[in-house]
Structure formats: C-alpha cells, structure tokens
Design a protein around this ligand. Structure first.
Ligand code: FAD
Length: 462
C-alpha cells in the first residue's frame, strides 16, 4: 500500500521539523521520517551535549582557580562523572522529547520512524511502507568520518557520539584532529582531569583561521597542560595491552603517544550514501553532498536539500536558515537565498572564538585595500575584571566601502560580542555606525568601537 502526502521530510534534524510544522500549518499533509533520534546531531550528539559539558568544564576550571578570585574551596576539586553525564542527558532528553512531541502533536504531521530510501522520483520506502509526495525535503545531516588510517580498525576508537555516551573519565584521551570539534573535547576532558594529547597532521590547529588565531589557541590549550603534536605525518593505531598507541611521526620526537582512549575528530561526511538518491535523480558532488541551487532545490524537480547534507553550511544556524529559505520561497513569496548568508560561527573552547566573514588570508587573496584593527583582551576592562584576559579581537574593513569584511573575537564572551559586527555586516552599513552606537559598560562589545577607531592599513605580507 502506498500512502500519499503533500510533502515528505526525511530527517528530523534542525531544518526538517520546523519546515514540516510550517507546511502543516499551511494546510498540507506532511510525513516526517526519522531513523534514529529526534533533533538529529545538534540535539543528541553535537551542540547541546557538548556545550552542556563545556559548562561543566568551565565550572571545574573556575573552582580550581577560585583562590585567584579570593574564594576558598576546602579540599581538592573533583569531577563526579555520572552526575556530569546525568546533567548532559537531562538537557539532551528534554530537547529530544520537545522535538518529538512538537512533531507528533502538530495536526497534519505524520511521524514515521525508520530509515527512508527513494524508490522513484516521488516515492520513498520506509521498511515495508511506501510513501509518495510531489514535494520531498532532505534533512539527513552527516556523521563522523572514520579515516582509513593504518590500524584504525584494530583499536576501539571513539567518535563524538560514543565519547558522549562514555561516563568514565579517560586516563589519557588522544584527540586525533586539531579542528573545531576536537579542540572542544580536548579542553573539556582536560578540565575534567584527563591527560589529553591532540594529534594534528597539519602544521597548526584550525588551519582555516588566521595563524595568529591558531597560535593563540595553541597557547591557551598548552597552558592548561594539553599536549599538542603538530605535523603528525604518520598517524596510525596500535593495540598496546589495555592502551592504544597512536603513531604520530616518522621523523622527530616521541614516535607514539600512549592513550587509554582515542577520539577521531577528523571531519564529517553527509548521510547521502544510503538514500537511493540515484532512483530520484538527485545529483551529488564529488564529496557526496547534495548539489543545490541558491534556493536549495536539488537537480531533481520537487526535491530540496537542507542542512549539513547540502554542503552549504555545517552548523545548526545554517541548517535552520535553510528551512527559512525554503519556507520563504514556497510559502511566503519571498525569494530568500543562501548567498545572502554571511559566514559566522563560534568555537566553544574557553575563552570562545566568535567569527564572522573573511579571514585576513581571504582579504589578502581578494586583492582589496583593507584596514585592520586589533586589541588584546588584556586591554578590555570586562575581561580584566573577570580575570579572563586570554585572546584578542581583530576587525578587517574594506578601505573603500568602509564596510566590515570580517572579524575574529577570541576572548571571554567572544561568541556573543561578534553579533554586533555580524549585524552591521548584514545591514551592509559602514563601520562608523558601530562607532556611533553607545555600547554598554563594562562589556567586551564596548571595545569594538575603540578598535574601529584605531584602524590602520593592512600592510602587504612579508
Ligand atoms: C560534536 C559536535 C558539536 C557541534 N557543535 C555545534 C555548535 O556548537 N554549533 C553549531 O551550530 N553546530 C554544531 N555542530 C554541528 C551541528 O550539529 C550540525 O550542523 C547540525 O546538527 C546539522 O543539522 P541537520 O539538520 O543538517 O542534520 P542533523 O542534525 O544531523 O539531522 C539529520 C537527521 O536525519 C536523520 N536521517 C539521516 N538519514 C536518514 C534516512 N535515510 N532516513 C531517516 N532519517 C534519516 C538522522 O537520524 C538525523 O536525525 C556540532 C556537531 C558536532 C558533531
């Protein structure tokens, strides 16, 4: 038997549920298919559990450093891993349950649990059941890459999903991959009390950022006792009794790091290989992402792709914005498009990195004349008062249009303060608008006008 709907949404991640509810409220019959956990990666194995743990790690860090604030804590600061994990699970379960009941309680939405696969351009199979609809929306997300490095299948490696399920403290966590996800886990587990080593095959951490950002973050992590092995040309894995030896280098230094646990954090790939997309005529790019146009239409008429699976973003806010774009085009006669979006994200180590727009390397590559302003957090009053003076802020401005091209705020509240810059960039207003807004004292944001008042030409690189 085939069930007919007006629309089918595959995946209940960050875009699918909101779109399903919006379509149902517009009078359409909508099937939502979810094969695993409602809320997808962000809710269950991504943003929410990690940021909950980052908060626990911050509490531990503050407690350890309490004396510097004139606070005396009797005895040694210790982690209660089951309590910490219970807190994580409460936050996750509450959000997961919220998404599930939201969908199940919305009239017009039919929730089907199982793995969806195309059988034809407008036909989807879930187990024995066939569904059909003239409009199908993919929101299938992605998963951690398990790299084919020598020995990887001989050891019990962890991914973000399995590490989040672990309720014991690793003695020595080796994090393979010095990028966003790896760095967040590295710092939180160090603060929980584990020995931590980051193994990165490139010459610096988070290579997409400017070198000074990478260097500052390396210093922040090393100051907390995290070992960092860069240029790890020969990453390999070896069972060593109860431990795992992670081969790092064939050239210099200790060739192997002995870990009790290994986290693979070397990237993610889209869940597009088991969807039967060929049967629907949905094209993929060379890396397996669904090819979409500026309004998220795929190569198959009547099929859209939203969120991480389209390769146009890798964040919850970009997935949700994909929903907004699709809904605006289909329901509001509002031609919103992906290219209107600015690159913006945060790295949630402590202190966090807030980022928007171009890096300095990108500005230089664009050949524009630019101005730059920087300020260390040691000269930001609020940071001094909080005793959190690591990091710096940096803003790049187009010398001709006076518009802001990009910014990095690595420092306390950097993830929040960046939004003032993001908003002015989105408004395409000149930087002088921020200078005239009177910011609140004492905040990190209040120093942004000061940085903009001290711009100097971006000198050619030597
Ligand atoms: C450790 C970690 C930390 C992160 N932290 C942040 C952060 O702080 N901020 C941020 O913005 N982003 C963060 N991200 C990224 C963020 O989680 C993702 O960008 C976001 O979840 C993408 O949402 P999505 O809707 O595209 O897909 P997902 O949330 O992955 O949802 C896809 C859903 O589709 C389902 N599905 C897949 N295939 C099928 C199928 N064939 N049939 C039925 N169902 C299917 C899956 O089960 C899943 O529920 C983090 C990611 C990780 C891994």
């Amino acid at each position: 038997m085939t069930r007919a709907f007006d629309a089918i949404v595959i995946g209940a991640g960050q875009a699918g549920p909101a779109l399903a509810v919006r379509l149902a409220k517009a009078g359409k019959s909508v099937a939502v298919i979810e094969r695993k956990l409602f809320g997808g990666t962000c809710v269950n194995t991504g943003c929410m559990p990690t940021k909950t743990l980052v908060a626990s790690a911050y509490a531990a860090h503050l407690a350890r450093n309490a004396a510097a604030y004139g606070v005396r804590i009797g005895g040694k600061v210790a982690m209660d891993m089951p309590a910490l994990k219970a807190r994580q699970n409460r936050v996750v379960m509450n959000a997961r349950h919220g998404v599930e009941t939201w969908l199940k309680d919305t009239p017009g939405v039919t929730v089907i649990e199982g793995h969806a696969q195309f059988e034809g351009p407008d036909e989807v199979r879930v187990g024995p059941e066939m569904l059909t609809a003239p409009q199908i929306f993919l929101n299938v997300g992605g998963r951690a890459v398990v790299p084919e490095m020598p020995g990887v299948h001989d050891v019990a490696y962890l991914t973000n999903t399995s590490l989040l399920a672990l309720d014991v403290l690793p003695r020595h966590l080796v994090v393979v991959g010095g990028s966003y996800i790896g760095l967040e886990f590295a710092q939180m587990y160090r603060r929980f009390g584990a020995e931590v080593t980051i193994v990165e095959k490139g010459p610096r951490l988070i290579a997409r950022e400017d070198p000074e950002v990478s260097d500052a973050i390396k210093a922040i992590l090393e100051a907390e006792g995290i070992q960092i092995r860069l240029n790890a040309e020969c990453i390999s894995f070896h069972p060593r009794g109860e431990d795992i030896g992670v081969g790092v280098t064939c050239l210099e230094g200790e060739p192997e790091v002995p870990g009790s646990h290994v986290l693979l954090a070397v990237g993610r790939k889209p869940n597009t290989d088991d969807l039967g997309l060929d049967k629907a005529g949905v094209a993929l790019d060379a890396r397996g992402y669904v090819t979409v146009d500026d309004q998220l239409r795929t190569s198959a008429p009547g099929v859209w792709a939203m969120g991480d699976c389209n390769g146009r973003g890798a964040f919850t806010h970009t997935a949700y914005n994909d929903y907004e774009i699709v809904a605006a085009n289909l329901l509001d006669d509002d031609p919103r498009k992906v290219s209107d979006r600015l690159t913006a994200y945060a790295l949630y180590i402590d202190p966090p990195l807030g980022r928007v727009g171009m890096t300095e390397a990108e500005v230089r590559a664009s050949g524009r004349k630019a101005l730059v302003g920087t300020r260390p957090m040691t000269r930001v009053g609020r940071a001094v008062e909080k005793g959190e003076t690591q990091g710096f802020m940096k803003v790049l401005v187009d010398a001709e249009t006076r518009q802001i091209l990009g910014a990095s705020i690595l420092g306390t509240s950097g993830d929040e303060a960046i939004h003032g810059i993001l908003d002015i960039m989105y408004a395409k207003a000149p930087y002088s608008v921020i200078q005239r807004a009177v910011h609140i004292h004492p905040t990190v944001s209040e120093l942004i006008p000061t940085v903009l008042g001290e711009l100097s030409p971006l000198e050619p690189s030597s």
